[in-house]
Design a protein around this ligand. Structure first.
Ligand SMILES: [Mn+2]
Length: 373
């Protein structure tokens, strides 16, 4: 047997001190968080731990994410359910197993996030054993084991490195989850992906369950999904190459991210900010097509002394608690728009209001792609 690489050895020996680790992702987990956590569970179970638990806070909102978790046979527990808190919205999922109470876990293994980031709720009673992440490393990060490498497009590809070093190959469902995570997180390898994401994407392809993958990626969505897009379109304002859109009351917290991605395809824009309110908070997602856009840093500047934000180069997100900051929905929206324009250097610009208004005769003249010429 070949010698185990140092990083894997260190990880396993550090984790050896914890007999009941709880694997935790960022709040409202996306496919990369879900697949990373699932991969970590498989890895630990392959190395002698039994029945490793996966946890998250917030909501498994998007239909695709719920379908993914269902395909993995529902291994995730919502921390609010364990704590008996009413913090999050019940998401209607039934727990397949009766989870242990929170104090039964002796260490947290955090994937696709870092303690101290605005998008992760940690149970204070459990020490942080390990952090494996691909977001920019936060100052004062502390844990017994830390592997933070922002070069990875998907945290799933970072977790897979440990698989490889254990000679562990993902089974069909795991391969499908990993594949879907890389596909969505990097937008088919075009956004923030590096060579390891690309290699893994190709490598996994021979194991993917394509029918299962299709059922996840095309999971049925409710009317509220379309209504949120409709509101965002109606309330959009276009400032040169930057669009600002309020999607109203969000049915799920991840809606602003999906709509921002979608608006970024408008041929006139290079920047898209979509926001909306959810349970007393104003949430926003920022996306950019500009090379080296530093969206994470821009989002942090937008909420300076006001809220929390973070993210990668071409995508970022943030949130502002309304009541404690003295803002209501309308004043907070106006302030967010003002700050967005100020950071972009577009203060004082007059927007194109209602850029998606239907002008009679206009649609037939502007055939698809005609204005690209
Ligand atoms: Mn991620």
């Amino acid at each position: 047997m070949r010698r185990r690489p140092e990083r894997l050895n260190k990880f396993l020996s550090v984790l050896g001190a914890y007999s009941h680790p709880l694997i935790l992702t960022h709040n409202n987990p996306d496919p990369d968080a879900i697949a990373s956590a699932w991969g970590m569970k498989k890895l630990l179970e392959n190395n002698g731990w039994n029945e490793v638990t996966l946890g998250y806070s917030g909501l498994l909102g998007r239909a695709e994410n719920r379908a993914l978790v269902k395909a993995l046979s529902e291994p995730f527990i919502r921390l609010e359910d364990l704590e008996g808190q009413s913090g999050g919205e019940p998401d209607g999922r039934r727990l397949s197993t009766r989870p242990m109470p929170l104090d039964a876990y002796d260490g947290l293994v955090i994937v696709d996030g870092q303690p101290g980031a605005g998008n992760i709720s940690l149970p204070a009673s459990i020490p942080v054993a390990a952090v494996l992440d691909h977001h920019p490393r936060l100052q004062n990060l502390s844990a017994d084991f830390i592997d933070v490498r922002p070069a990875f497009g998907a945290c799933t590809a970072l977790v897979y490195e440990y698989f490889k070093q254990c000679d562990l190959e993902p089974d069909k469902i795991t391969a499908t989850a990993f594949y879907y995570a890389i596909r969505t997180e990097t937008q088919e390898l075009g956004r923030e992906a590096d060579y390891r994401d690309r290699w893994l994407f190709r490598h996994l392809a021979h194991r993917v369950d394509w029918i299962l993958l299709h059922s996840i990626a095309h999971a049925p969505v409710p009317r509220s999904y379309y209504a949120t897009f409709k509101i965002a379109l109606e309330r959009a304002r276009l400032y040169r190459d930057a669009i600002f859109a309020d999607a109203g009351e969000l049915p799920i917290p991840d809606a602003s991210a999906e709509i921002a991605d979608w608006l970024l395809r408008l041929d006139e824009v290079k920047w898209a900010l979509c926001c909306g309110t959810y349970r007393g908070r104003l949430l926003f997602s920022l996306r950019s097509l500009v090379i080296d856009a530093r969206c994470g840093a821009i989002a942090v500047r937008i909420v300076e002394n006001w809220g929390l934000a973070g993210g990668h180069g071409s995508m970022a997100g943030g949130q502002i608690k309304l009541a404690p900051s003295g803002y209501n929905r309308n004043t907070a929206l106006a302030e967010l728009e003002r700050r967005y324009l100020a950071v972009m250097g577009y203060s004082g610009e007059t927007p194109v209001e209602d850029p998606f208004a239907i002008v009679p005769g206009e649609l037939s003249r502007r055939k698809f792609g005609a204005d690209l010429a």
